[in-house]
Design a binder for this molecule. Sequence first.
Ligand code: XMP
Length: 512
Amino acid sequence: MSKSHELVAIIDLGAQYGHLIARRVREAGVYCEIFPHTITAEELRRRSVRAVILTGGPSSAYAQDSVQVDEGLFRLGVPVLGICYGMQLMAQALGGQVTRASRREYGRATLNIQLDDPLFHGLERQLECWMSHGDAVVAAPEGFVVLASTANSPVAAMARLDRRLFGVQFHPEVKHTPEGQAILKNFLFRVAQLTADWTAGSFVEEEVARIRRQVGDHHVICALSGGVDSAVSAALVHRAVGERLNCIFVDHGLLRKGEGEAVVETFHRVMGMQLRCVDAKGRFLSLLAGVTDPEEKRRRIGHEFIRVFEAEAARFRDARFLVQGTIYPDVIESGTATAATIKTHHNVGGLPKDMSFELVEPLRQLFKDEVRRVGYELGLPEEIVGRHPFPGPGLAVRIVGEVTEERLDVLREADAIFVDEIKRAGLYRQIWQAFAVLPAFRSVGVMGDERTYAYTVVLRAVNSDDAMTAEWTRLEPALLSRISTRLVNEVPQINRVVYDITSKPPATIEWE
Ligand code: XMP
């Protein structure tokens, strides 16, 4: 897929949020991939890389056990941008000097630009930037010029213009550097002369051709969950192989209000796809009876899902391929050479490896917002593509304590009212996830002179770029008040409403 696109290599030197750089480059319409620092210059040449970006990282360039790169990449003849530790590594490798800074520089700083050069083209001569470093370049390598400085960093940006090697001590990828995206774009378009050829339309076209080559005449099956990733994967594979794609939709009864119906309506009736619906609501409910431990709930649901799916998949004896909605953050989170493994990349419903299918993972290189753009490009409706992310184990991890039919009904109604009000307020697209949670306790209330003893519902809304971190959403008191009134009036089992004001970290987005 990437073959015909201009490829930018982002070399991961252990930056905690290295993927942010990848997001910014993609936002500029340029295709990039993150590589471990052990990648060789030869491999980058073989991949026809058009530019290299070195991320920040926790090492000291001069320390014995520091993270290093193949220095051949500075001689590839393609532009290189070193960010923070990436710049220090470049300086050290090419004969400059890096030492421990006399004062650690953390937070906002004023960047004074000293030269007219392509990296800062079109920008003011004084810019706000975000710094986070303990080491500093004190002498740029021979042949380099200093482009900018701050009060604490005499070499805050440097370049060897004839070889198109650039380094910046600050972080252009974070929002606290307001002109950061303009600086990255200058690197991509002015320095590296790239052409922003990464669009949803070109992705669909190339991926359809790639899937056809991979699958040949064989049949393919897909576990549709109703979520965005599996939906877009299925629609893409359908565009490639048509009737030879067979989708299996397991309704485990833990879906949001109207969700199962929306999946059937969209895929079967609107998109005309082969869809086999399995009503497994009863099986899942009885399996969850009496279970309160969150991990045990997840384990049982995952296990049962596999059983149901295996039984259904056995009907499609001709199928050799299985579609999975793996997306790029899943791949990154599996860990690169330097970044710690955050969680093992989960596949659809945790399908076992001994199912002898070859995987088709068309979204493996995409971020969530790119997946959505591809979804719209394929003609999927807003209701599917724009829907907030939803965990595989569904509402079971939003009911604290035992999952019962009664609790599921209460939660589904509460969730639908909350989301409806968020949509009416025009906030749905701006919020990463907004949903209701049902703790397993009741409390005392009074309604119409009568004592009530009913459920408390928790509202959770968060803003995020990719769910790795999240900020609780500051909803207006008037909106919260409207939602609260509707919930207690329209759902008789609820007499109290609370709003979750914890970010991630320290909390997670889901409650279980
Ligand atoms: P947490 O709760 O870990 O969630 O902050 C991060 C994001 O992942 C979603 N999530 C899941 N998605 N299977 C999934 O496909 C799961 O088991 C699962 N658990 C959480 C969650 O909704 C949020 O977007």
